[in-house]
Design a protein around this ligand. Structure first.
Ligand SMILES: [Zn+2]
Length: 87
């Protein structure tokens, strides 16, 4: 995935080595963010909790045709965590 850095305006390829996960205050919460290799600005990607991460593993281990309800649940959880919940 390629994004444009909002800080230096350069195109940045998001690669696993640019993506970092760190613990944030709160029970089992982790923030995923990536660092622009040009200007070293941090860009938050998303916040996950233990439940989300367990669900992600579960989805990976589930046959494709049965994934939909799990993915729906995950999206809802992620939206709530990241403040994009529709209510
Ligand atoms: Zn940059």
């Amino acid at each position: 995935m390629i994004v444009t850095c909002g800080e230096c305006g350069k195109k940045v390829e998001i690669e696993p080595e640019n993506v970092i996960e760190r613990k944030v205050p709160g029970y089992g919460l982790r923030e995923t963010y990536f660092i622009c290799p040009h200007c070293e600005t941090e860009f938050p990607v998303c916040i996950t909790n233990r439940e989300c991460r367990m669900l992600q593993v579960q989805i990976r281990n589930t046959d494709t045709q049965f994934r939909e309800p799990l993915q729906k649940k995950l999206r809802k959880m992620m939206n709530e965590l990241n403040g994009k919940g529709e209510r």
